[in-house]
Design a protein around this ligand. Sequence first.
Ligand SMILES: [Zn+2]
Length: 443
Amino acid sequence: MNKNNNRYRITAFALFTILLIINNSIVIAQQQGKTITAESVKPHIVELADDKYEGRGAGYPGEENAAGYIAKQFKKAGLKPYGDQAGKKRSWFQEFDFQVMHPLKPWEIFKSRNIIGLIEGNDPILKNEFVVIGAHYDGQGRKGQADPMRFLSKDSSSINDEIWNSANDNATSIAAIIEIANAFKEGKIKTKRSILLIAFGAEEHGMTGSIYYVNHPVFPLKDHVAMINLEKLGRLTGKTFNTIGNANSLVWDEIIKAIQTQTTTKVVMTSPYVIPDSDHYPFNGVRIPAIVFYTTGFAAHYPDDHSDKIDFNRVAEAANFVMQMVTALADRSQRPLYVPAPIPDLGLSAHLATNAEADAMGLKAPDGGLKVTGVIAGLPGAIGGLQPGDLIIGFANSKFIRDEPLESLQKKHMDALMGKQGNKLKTTVIRNGKTEVLELSLR
Ligand SMILES: [Zn+2]
């Protein structure tokens, strides 16, 4: 579906265009500001994709060092730290433990952290509402580390490349966020609502950083008005940018269309509904309008994801567009309304456990199970009692086998969500060596 048939020909301009949407009529104001350039995003990408960060595998020192770099950049850009309380002050970091996907030792738990910074709004009332812009900063790590993508890779070059530097996925998006923060500061741009910038840890292990955030938000969840997640902004030169999830609010098409009349940037919706594939998913789950803005889909080039493959102009183009989106959301008089999807969401992140994990839980081959890595508070999985670290061995009249193909798992999940097994899904888990039977209610 191409939503981009109207091709507006507008000459590119070096000024920021700020969209003020007042009483449903769109007033376009131009404001002198700093345009984000290839030169400004490049150093962050080259830095974070350097071998010294070892591909930023979640839970390893490379990821923690990358968090330190991002916090330093957030500070330079004048953001206010909004992580965990550290004495009377707040730190930049929100720490959490997570269930490792494909761990080297069965059921190993690692530590990661989100980095959180705030730009305060200037409207006395609306500044208590927040527009979130986020992206994950963890990557694929190095050989010998627990890592979901390397584990799955059949690509022979992956054997030779010790470190998967994860430049496109997702140093590009972190660079965009840092430079958006700098553009707000240097352009002295003020918005009515506040803007919360979050670099998420451990996304590659079942979105555990963003799930942790919605379960432990730094402001009341009801005051988060919208969320934009950025993924993989630096490859596929000449192709459109894409979004997923626009159906959760009318605001997305409204602002994307309005901004497209002012730029040559092409943005196309790939799919209207959010699926659990990146950090916008938990926000959508708790009824916050949330989309992902990205380029390449699942077929990213992991082993050769080096900074010399990145189109820095493209990253800058995405960052300028997203900055306008964030500004439009933050200045809009009415907060966007959330539109629920027709298919229910269990609010879960789970994947096939490794054979060693199934063995450790006493299963006999070929019996397997789904390991739960994340549960979103207030959704059917959490209400039914599921917890991270549970091994699901029975779900809605289905059992699981080891090495079960993804399509088969997805079909079982989809059939259950469509209500084919009724509205109460009997779910059997092994927890702390004991078998428990839970019931998940579809809403
Ligand atoms: Zn990613």
